[in-house]
Design a protein around this ligand. Structure first.
Ligand code: VG1
Ligand code: CO
Length: 541
């Protein structure tokens, strides 16, 4: 029986950089999930359609899945493909949407945010191309949440999502599928599995930290079962509703166990970690951390060594705050490059149009045109493929890279849980003086340009403004400031710092030391301490 429930708009259901993220108790509140899901369905239409559904397994994932299924059935959807246990990594969901030519999908995840009864939950919609809904669509969903008066839901028992196979919910088909197999098969088409297997067989050692989040089953199947890494290579391999208390954000701060092992005497050859929903990756060599921007540049320069990219790359896109290291590779390859706002949704059109093959963000996100999301394990396997072909260490590959292209020293400083009004006042003051900055000196460096980044999509012409303040210096250094669109507590200031050194000398400094004048200039120009009271960041990546 279909019930139409009366409801009223709930304030603040505005999707951010990647979907709607709120504290779990907020999402579990009366009508909260239902209002947002109905708004999605109202915007994209449901009658006769097929969707993919899955999530990263965090607390409330299982119950939210049942609610979404009952609502899909009540709204007339024909079929929903669900990962067993309502589990799908974000890239696997993107792949299933594409593979089955569905009308899109709903992903339940707050990604790298912690999970649990008092932590974060999230929902986002992906389009039939497998990619996150673009701004125009998320705006329409938000508008719908401000007008909603009813939602539809089926009265029915839970679907058995633990059992693979076909189930029925009212008139709707629910196909429960293995979350891993299609994704693992896709990876086999892109990479030289025999070469990587041979490398493991010859004694290559790896540590993969899945951080008690969604990639565990994927990583065990791919690295241990298919590529022959020794059992136990993957740690924290069981997805847990609270991620075992870990903060599944793969960076040196939160993946500290992996970092300690990789910097220790008995370090394996290669280490990697992924985030809550499996779209991010951190890569570490024995004794050397690879910054995400450098990782993107190295992958771009070497992708042709993997069978899936042997034809070369059509072009490369990076988000604006990502370092320009990959631009140098694109220029050397003579291929197009694009600079987009933060968030994977901005890469979708370029990928669909065949104008880029590889994309990346400084926030540990890399991916290609094989899906329409960033893909953590994909990046790790591409690294393995490159290591297997080049037969060098990670450190050697990085040093070679810097020797050839120069080094973009880069770091991101995050200042978390700032009072929103203080952060807004700081950004407003900075925006107010942008026009007067060019020509001024800061820490001995002359400012050449300053603006608030705006992007015109080269494929559909849509314009996105207010995407982050950029301050550029004559010596090529750069400062970027923006407020996070994924946090759920106050405001998070992201300060991005970059300085280029052409070499041959000065390529081996600690990034924080190399960037010291740029960091000081940023604090001076934005008056971070004056507005927020913060003098030091909470997280440095
Ligand atoms: C952050 C990152 C951004 C990334 C987004 C979603 O956004 O900076 O690069 O695309 O998270 O990643 P923000 O607005 O907080 O800076 V995930 O793995 O959380 O889906
Ligand atoms: Co993520």
């Amino acid at each position: 029986m279909i019930t139409t429930v009366s409801t009223a708009p709930i304030a603040g259901q505005k999707p951010g950089t990647s979907g709607l993220r709120k504290k779990t108790p907020v999402f579990m509140g009366p009508h909260y999930l239902e209002n947002f899901v109905q708004s999605i369905f109202d915007v994209v239409g449901t009658a006769g359609k097929t969707f993919v559904l899955g999530g990263d397994g965090r607390y409330f994932n299982d119950r939210a899945a049942q609610v979404i299924l009952r609502m899909a059935a009540a709204n007339g959807a024909a079929r929903v493909i669900v990962g067993q246990g309502a589990i799908l990594s974000t890239p696997a969901a993107s792949h299933l949407i594409r593979l089955n030519k569905t009308d899109g999908g709903i992903i339940m995840s707050a990604s790298h945010n912690p999970g649990g009864p008092t932590e974060d939950f999230g929902v986002k919609f992906n389009m039939p191309n497998g990619g996150p809904a673009p701004e125009g669509v998320t705006e329409a969903m938000f508008r719908r949440t401000t007008e909603i008066t009813t939602y539809k839901i089926l009265e029915a028992q839970d679907v058995d999502l633990g059992t693979i196979g076909r189930h029925h919910l009212g008139a709707m088909i629910v196909d429960v599928v293995d979350p891993v197999s299609d994704y693992a098969a896709l990876m086999e088409t892109l990479f030289d599995f025999p070469a990587i297997r041979a490398m493991f067989a010859a004694g290559f050692r790896m540590r993969m930290d899945s951080m008690c989040a969604v990639t565990g089953p994927y990583a065990v199947e791919i690295f241990e079962n298919r590529l022959g890494a020794v059992a136990g290579t993957v740690t924290h391999a069981t997805p847990l509703p609270d991620f075992g208390g870990m903060h599944p954000d793969p960076n040196p701060t939160w993946a500290h166990e992996l970092m300690a092992e990789m910097m220790g005497d008995a370090a394996p050859d290669f280490g990697a970690a992924s985030d809550g929903d499996g779209d991010r990756n951190m890569v570490v060599g024995r004794g050397i951390y690879v910054s995400p921007s450098d990782s993107l540049a190295v992958l771009a320069a070497n992708a042709h060594l993997a069978p899936g990219y042997a034809q070369g790359l059509a072009g490369i896109a990076r988000s604006m705050p990502t370092s320009a290291a990959v631009d140098r590779v694109a220029d050397a390859l003579g291929i197009a490059r694009f600079e987009t706002p933060t968030g994977w949704k901005f890469f979708g059109n370029l990928l669909d149009a065949g104008r880029v093959t590889l994309c990346g963000e400084e926030s540990f996100g890399t991916g290609s045109d094989h899906v329409r999301e960033k893909d953590g394990l994909w990046a790790v396997i591409l690294w393995l493929n490159i290591l297997a072909v080049r037969k060098q260490t990670v450190a050697e590959i990085l040093q070679d890279h810097w020797a050839r292209y120069g080094r973009n020293y880069y770091s991101r400083h995050d200042f978390e849980a700032i009072a929103t009004d203080k952060a807004d006042a700081m950004m407003a003051a900075l925006r107010g003086k942008l026009a007067s900055l060019p020509g001024q000196m800061a820490q001995g460096m002359r400012i050449s340009a300053a603006d608030d980044f705006a992007y015109t999509d080269p494929v559909d012409g849509s314009v996105s403004t207010g995407q982050g303040v950029r301050i550029l210096f004559e010596d090529g250094s750069r400062i970027v400031l923006r407020l996070s669109g994924t946090g759920t507590e106050g405001a998070t200031l992201r300060l991005y710092l970059e300085r280029y050194v052409a070499g041959p000398g000065d390529l081996d400094h600690d990034p924080q030391e190399a960037l010291a004048p740029v960091i000081r200039a940023a604090h001076d120009l934005a008056a971070i301490a004056g507005f927020t009271g913060r003098t030091a960041p909470d997280v440095i990546t």
